[in-house]
Ligand binder design. Structure first.
Ligand code: MSP
Length: 635
């Protein structure tokens, strides 16, 4: 059975997790879920980096013992991962005894074999980055990484003979095009390796920094935090403890990192593995950064996005979907509330939510809910199923190429094709004309495509896709794997029930009420493009008589209206409470958009929208000149 071992960086416990940490971990989770779904033997490791100066300082600031500080802060990560539905197989903490033991064994072995040696060190030290630099590394006399002041240092230290692996590493990168991805990151590493590669100082004097793993051959020193942290990738799967586990999982298939930690992973880590005589991971993949307002997120700018806030506001799955669909993994992406709402409303509420709700309603109307049998397929059905197959193949290819955003887009393409398919086959007309067999075939085909979409998007939105499948009469355990997507699914006896919208639209009203967590993006001038008569004719406007109206508790602008649309009753929520008292509305004939997909506003379903003219804060309902029955089409 093919295996898949995926890792994330282990995160520092000096701070709260933010959207960047959440992204890497969700990406790893989605990959792990896809590989499990493909039937691959999968292991997913994440955890926390608990030694070193950053953590020591954070603990000191809180007046706490180092480990007690770690014990407290690690929970923030563990809880967030639980909330986000992360399915890691192990959570490693570098303060755990087994990890400390492995690090010490590796250090001792490398020391015994002369791969680590002691030497007098004279140079410069950056406290912030915990790194040593030579005179020529400095930029304007400052740290080349962070630009801060550096301290002159003269002391004995221990060094790992990294420099001797330089030629080997250059050759390995050149001959293994999948080793460091995207390819431009491999080039970046090769650029770095054009300069002579120094040996790596792997010790810190306890007098300067005591919070680390003690060197087994010199108790005056602790191990450099990166040397300790990188080893989590092997200690986490049994290295030097459980050889069966280790040979089952190592080498890793995919090591995900952010672009900020490329050098440690593309230079330090491979040379360490080489010295330890271990095979290289198949791929180290460096993704880009999440920015806000095109700027780096930072506490001082106050633009750090807190994942907990986003989950509270939009739900776990929508957040997972947004992060994966919005970022092409190698590049940076910009987070803004506007782009979140736009993507949510267009992909999830409009395209996917709408397709499900149409198929659901049409089936309930046609058969009372039973998913009908499929009759003879016509060309249009085969073409539609073909589009869905193509999307599934695209998703699999994109998975291997780490282009998840494109895979998701391909699946959404099939969803959009689904909405077009319904327009073209017009099942409502088939029902009226009594063409039952054809009607059943169309509804069956649409349900089958929705099932496949649920399978394909389930790693990204596990809970929502379980709900979607449930709406089709498929239980959670039956969603199935990507492998048997095209196999014959047994639809017999499946029944749909009427459902609430899977992804209720986020309306302007609700966004204004929401607390702001991110810096607002620059407003651009709204465009008013011309539309064709065909575009306009897609909007169904009808007359409606107000049968009842009432206020909605705690929503001072909203009213709930019961409307008569000529035999059909609809409930609409409208933001007109400041202009109309509910009792003045009853009996009025107004104009509504009758084919707007439903949305939930303040927990109340709205099945359409009324028309009103706005002048400043004043609203006036669009009404009809003279008597006309309710339910008449306007155009
Ligand atoms: N502890 C080290 C990693 C050791 S791995 C052996 C570390 N930790 S960290 O807490 O700073 O997390 C770094 C990782 O968080 C990045 O590599 C990246 O995966 C993620 N991100 C942090 N900020 C980010 C963004 N703004 N955008 C995307 N991801 C970024 O470095």
């Amino acid at each position: 059975m093919p295996k898949f071992y995926v890792t994330t960086p282990i995160y520092y416990v000096n701070d709260r997790p933010h959207i960047g940490h959440a992204y890497t971990t969700i990406l790893a989770d989605v990959l792990a879920r896809y590989h499990r779904s493909l039937g691959n033997d999968t292991f997913f490791l994440t955890g926390t980096d608990e030694h070193g100066q950053k953590v020591e300082k954070a603990a000191a600031k809180r007046g706490m013992d180092n480990l007690a500080h770690c014990d407290e802060t690690v929970v923030r990560f563990q809880e967030l991962w639980k909330k986000l539905g992360i399915t890691n197989d192990r959570f490693i903490r570098t303060t755990q005894d087994f990890h400390v033991e492995v690090v010490q064994k590796v250090l001792q072995d490398l020391y015994d074999r002369g791969e680590i040696y002691k030497a007098e060190y004279t140079g410069w030290y950056c406290v912030g980055d915990e790194r040593f630099f030579t005179e020529k590394d400095l930029v304007d006399g400052k740290c080349p990484e962070c630009g801060r002041e550096v301290q002159a240092i003269k002391e004995s230290n221990y060094f790992f003979r990294m420099g001797k692996y330089q030629d080997w590493l250059v050759d390995y990168i050149k001959t293994h095009p999948d080793f460091i991805l995207p390819a431009f990151r491999a080039n970046e590493t090769l650029g770095f390796l054009k300069k002579p590669l120094n040996d790596l100082c792997i010790s810190r004097r306890k007098s300067r920094l005591a919070w680390g793993i003690e060197l087994p051959f010199d108790p005056d020193y602790v191990c450099y935090v990166w040397f300790d942290a990188l080893l989590n990738y092997v200690s986490g799967v049994g290295y030097l403890q459980n050889e069966n586990d280790f040979s089952r999982w190592w080498p890793a298939s995919c090591q995900l990192i952010g672009k900020d930690i490329l050098t440690t992973h593309s230079v330090y880590w491979p040379t360490m593995l080489k010295a330890m005589d271990l095979p290289m991971p198949k791929t180290i993949f460096a993704h880009g950064w999440w920015l806000t307002g095109n700027a780096k997120m930072s506490k001082s700018l106050g633009n750090v996005v807190n994942p907990m806030d986003m989950i509270a506001r939009c739900g776990v799955d929508a957040f997972r979907y947004y992060l994966l669909a919005e970022m092409s993994p190698g590049n940076d992406a910009n987070f803004s509330e506007e782009s979140f709402v736009a993507r949510y409303n267009s992909d999830l509420a409009n395209d996917l939510g709408n397709l499900l709700s149409r198929v659901n309603k049409l089936t309930v109307r046609a058969t009372g809910g039973a998913v009908p049998e499929c009759g003879a397929l016509e060309e249009i059905d085969r073409a539609f199923l073909g589009e869905c197959d193509a999307a599934a193949s695209a998703m699999r290819a994109c998975l291997d190429e780490m282009k998840l955003d494109q895979g998701i887009n391909a699946v959404l393409g099939a969803v959009r094709a689904g909405n077009r398919y319904l327009e073209q086959c017009a099942p409502w007309t088939l029902a009226k004309a009594g063409k039952t067999e054809r009607l059943h075939t169309v509804l069956h085909t649409a349900a089958e495509v929705l099932r496949r979409v649920a399978v394909l998007l389930s790693p990204v939105m596990p809970d929502k896709m379980t709900e979607l499948a449930g709406a089709l009469g498929i239980h959670a355990g039956e969603i199935g794997s990507i492998c048997d997507l095209d196999g014959d699914f047994d639809w017999s006896g499946r029944t749909m029930k009427e459902i609430a919208p899977l992804f209720p639209r986020i309306l302007e009203e609700e966004r204004k009420d929401a607390p702001k967590t991110v810096a607002p993006a620059k407003k651009t001038e709204p465009e008013t493009p011309l539309i064709s008569i065909d575009d306009f004719s897609r909007v169904v406007l009808k007359t409606a008589r107000v049968a009842a109206a009432e206020a909605i508790p705690d929503a001072e602008k909203l009213l709930k209206l019961q409307l008569d649309l000529g035999g059909e009753t609809r409930q609409i929520v409208a933001g007109i409470a400041k202009s109309y008292a509910p009792e003045t509305l009853v009996g009025k004939t107004i104009v509504v958009v009758a084919n707007l997909q439903s949305a939930v506003l303040r927990g109340v379903e709205s099945q359409g929208m009324l028309l009103a003219a706005k002048h400043g804060k004043e609203l006036k309902l669009v009404t009809i000149d003279g008597e006309i029955p309710a339910g008449c089409r306007i155009g």
